[in-house]
Write a protein that binds this ligand. Sequence first.
Ligand code: ARG
Length: 467
Amino acid sequence: MADGSSETKSSNQMWGGRFASGPDAIMEEINASIGFDKKLYAQDIRGSIAHATMLAHQGIISAEDKDKIVHGLDTILSEIESGAFEFSRRLEDIHMNVEARLATLIGPAAGRLHTARSRNDQVALDFRLWVKEELQKTERALTGLIAAFLDRAEEHADTVMPGFTHLQTAQPVTFGHHCMAYVEMFGRDRSRVRHAIEHMDESPIGAAALAGTGFPIDRHMTASALGFREPTRNSIDTVSDRDFALEFLSIAAIAATHLSRLAEEIVIWSTPQFGFIRLSDAFSTGSSIMPQKKNPDAAELVRAKTGRINGSLIALLTVMKGLPLAYSKDMQEDKEQVFDAAESLELAIAAMTGMVRDMTVRADRMKAAAGSGYSTATDLADWLVREAGLPFRDAHHVTGRAVALAEQKGCDLANLSLAELQAINPAITDKVFDVLTVEASVASRTSFGGTAPAEVRRQIAWWRARN
Ligand code: ARG
């Protein structure tokens, strides 16, 4: 298997029949994918075992050859897993590396494995199996992140904080409610993952090069042996389709966007100016020059990984956009994008789960900030509508004047006297002070999906039953 220099000029043993000489060194370098597609070794071997078993079952190869092939493939699997296998760039990719080794191990029977199949359906199979497994991992990782948020939400269903729009204080909310917003986002990501698994659950093997095959293969048999719901229906589409990879990348990009928004909030919340949370030592770093600093590096890197993941999506969309049917070698560029995005996403979800579980929530700081910025102004306006019968637009105007007065006096709305409020609108009574606290504001928002602690607890219970 060694890549001996005497061999580099000879033609390829897999497809070199009509070739007089081997590839130029540059050709070999641009053409080879073994450097990255060796990641598909387990899927490649599993696919070949299913294919050989089906060929024997259909009487296309003998049972003895099938046994030799399966035994040889098992040996190769353990060679690769123990690190003993020598990958050769001259053999281009994982498919030919495995097949060439099989020939060395079992002799001529190895040549029968590639009956009724092509590397085109083979790579479509291997890669689909890999992406499907990665989606299953992503589903589990998202479940873990959702669980972390549900715990924090439960713990802080009553913890008031400012809710923001335009990053300006808007209305008081609870930290539990804010956490549950992320549960919704990651819950949608997870349902996109589940949907994608459904969508791609069709076996490509047996499409052959693009036109199917004249051998009496059983594609339903290989599909079920490999854990797919059914075989794909159109052999041309099968070898030219990379939607499953694009779907993975789009799901990853949307999830990474959610992670990045959370990362940004963590960066903001952990500044001394906000001080809403303190990150654990385990998920922050110090500065080599400024001893007082504790930096949210993990959150910053999660935010940055989104750039890579979005880049991968755009890269593969661009590779695919002008390709005529069916297979073109351009499609070999699919794997590195998906592998890189998968690694980044896994790491980002794991780091975020750790940060959410470990961070200290500073309820005192959140509460102090919740009351500032006239966050209960809407409550005053609503009170005027409800108790004094004002149209909302007039109530909005009255409240605006009250805010202006408080601002001029440098105090909160709740610190204005009844006389001052009545000077703005005589219908105001001392009952108004019941709604001007942040706790009263939050407790009043009992609408479905609202921020009232009772409602947030109901949302948590709904999710607990589904996580
Ligand atoms: N390494 C190739 C890929 O990743 C495998 C398929 C090659 N097929 C071909 N007809 N050259 O796409």
